[in-house]
Design a protein around this ligand. Structure first.
Ligand code: GDP
Length: 472
């Protein structure tokens, strides 16, 4: 309705356009930016989005410079698989136990913080790899101050090493290089430095700007020095926060625990979080019932750059969701409810992955050219026959691509492949494993099961015909 009146056209025409895109919108439905742009374009309008007062946003206090004090850096460890990210995180977590703490059982809560030799604190995100880092960034969360890139001295600069470096650079986060496994007889740190130089990462002792430390996550050699280098990098950044305000920060992990309800690991980034505070995180809220550090020690409060596990939320927010402490319960509940409503509307509107029903909408938007298919079947002969027939359905507008076909039940890895390549999965006389089914549900991957080849062909043909773009 709002969009129609802005363009001075009838709301029915807007609704009709929505339907042509496969969106069955009601008169007061919220539309996403992509849909608004397409529809406005149909009516000959260009859309410019401006900032609006968003009732689901929490206005954050701007701190006075004189209220700011130094805070600890938050570090993410990235690098190629098997180069020692987990070992390094484990070593630091276990080695840096201060007196009096010893004996405590450490838990993996997704983040921890330690005190270094020089008495300073460093916080780590305990989820190695750039997937977590990128997922957080995709949700708009800026949590990492320094990235440690781990490269194994007995291996080489590998594809994921480069990827990790790219991710850090794109995010504008400074890096410290850790050349790991130097305890190994065939370790060759100079070769690594040379390979890094080849991709424009010149380390300090070669005259470059990147700090680099040779370490062993097995013996602990060089790790204290690595931490000092991280702190040096942090010093340049002049990281500060105001401890005397309502806490804000980011959700690191959340899950439902049988005994304790929803347990959420959060990283406080500003302010001080206290037991009893009303916390709003994503579309969930609740009073902080209790807080713990990664050793299970109860905390009454937590300041900036402190990761804590907290109890008390009414659901599990997503990693990367921002949290705020609110002045009262009512305000938190209202915003949480509004956010949930918007999420629900959005998830109804755009499916993450392709389904036969989704094809028409995507074609209308004009972004759909290929239908990726994975075929699993009971015998080779029928898989080949099905694959052949499906390939023949290709037309000028849509290419059918069989990205994988094999004999056997539909497995977890089939579904993951479908998720990564936005494919649908067809099972002929086979069924998905229980795990595959679970993942497919979570990832919204369409699995279609058939026992007659013609049914499979006809259904896909129908979908593809329905998906022929209007040629006006
Ligand atoms: P990730 O995939 O990067 O998390 O790598 P892991 O931490 O799982 O390490 C991969 C393998 O390398 C494991 O078998 C570790 O025990 C081993 N490893 C990691 N760091 C070192 C190290 O400094 N020295 C030696 N000798 N082995 C290491």
């Amino acid at each position: 309705n709002d969009l129609a009146s802005m363009m001075d056209v009838s709301v029915n025409d807007v609704i009709a356009k929505c339907m042509a895109l496969g969106i069955f919108a009601s008169i007061n439905q919220r539309l996403d930016a992509e849909t608004i742009t397409i529809i406005a374009d149909e009516f000959g309008f260009d859309v410019k989005f401006t900032e609006a007062d968003d009732e689901t946003e929490v206005t954050e206090t701007v701190d006075n410079p004189e209220d700011l004090t130094e805070r600890a850096p938050i570090v993410t460890i990235m690098g190629h698989v098997d180069h020692g990210k987990t070992s390094l995180l484990d070593y630091i977590r276990e080695a840096k136990v201060t007196e009096g703490e010893a004996g405590g059982i450490t838990q993996h809560i997704g983040a921890y913080s330690v005190e270094t030799e020089s008495g300073k604190r460093v916080a780590f995100l305990d989820t190695p790899g750039h997937e977590a880092f990128t997922a957080m960034r995709a949700r708009g969360a800026k949590i990492t101050d320094v990235v440690v890139i781990v490269v194994a001295a007995d291996d080489a600069v590998m594809p994921q090493t480069k990827e990790a470096i790219n991710h850090a650079q794109v995010a504008g986060v400074p890096m410290v290089i850790a050349i790991n496994k130097i305890d190994r007889p065939n370790a060759n740190p100079d070769k690594i430095k040379e390979e890094l130089a080849n991709i424009n990462i010149l380390v300090e002792d070669w005259g470059g700007k990147y700090q680099c430390q040779e370490i062993s996550a097995k013996t602990g050699q060089g790790i204290d020095d690595l931490l000092e280098k991280v702190l040096l990098e942090a010093e340049v950044l002049e990281l500060t926060a105001n401890v005397n305000r309502n806490a804000t920060g980011t959700v690191v992990e959340a899950e439902l625990d049988k005994g304790r309800g929803y347990v959420t690991t959060i990283m406080v980034q500003s302010g001080t979080l206290k037991v009893g505070d009303v916390l709003l995180a994503g579309s969930h809220y609740g009073k902080v019932k209790a807080m713990f550090d990664h050793r299970g020690k109860k905390l009454q409060e937590a300041g900036p750059s402190t990761p804590v596990l907290m109890l008390g939320l009414d659901g599990a927010p997503q990693a990367g969701d921002r949290f705020n402490v609110m002045d009262n319960d009512r305000e938190a509940r209202e915003i949480a409810n509004k956010r949930e409503q918007i999420q629900r509307e959005q998830s109804m509107r755009t499916k993450k992955h392709i389904t036969l029903d989704e094809i028409g909408r995507r074609l209308a938007i004009g972004s759909f050219k290929e239908l990726n298919v994975i075929i699993k079947g009971d015998v080779d002969g029928s898989i080949e026959a099905l694959a052949d027939s499906l390939l023949k359905l290709s037309n000028e507008e849509i290419q059918v691509k069989i990205i994988h076909k094999a004999v056997g039940q539909i497995s977890e890895s089939d579904v993951l492949l479908a998720s990564a390549s936005d494919a649908i999965v067809i099972g002929f006389q086979v069924r998905p494993s229980q795990n595959a089914r679970k993942i497919a549900e979570a990832e919204e991957i369409e699995i279609r099961l058939y026992s007659i080849i013609y049914d499979a062909i006809n259904e896909i043909k129908d979908a593809m015909e329905g998906m022929l773009a209007p040629t006006t």
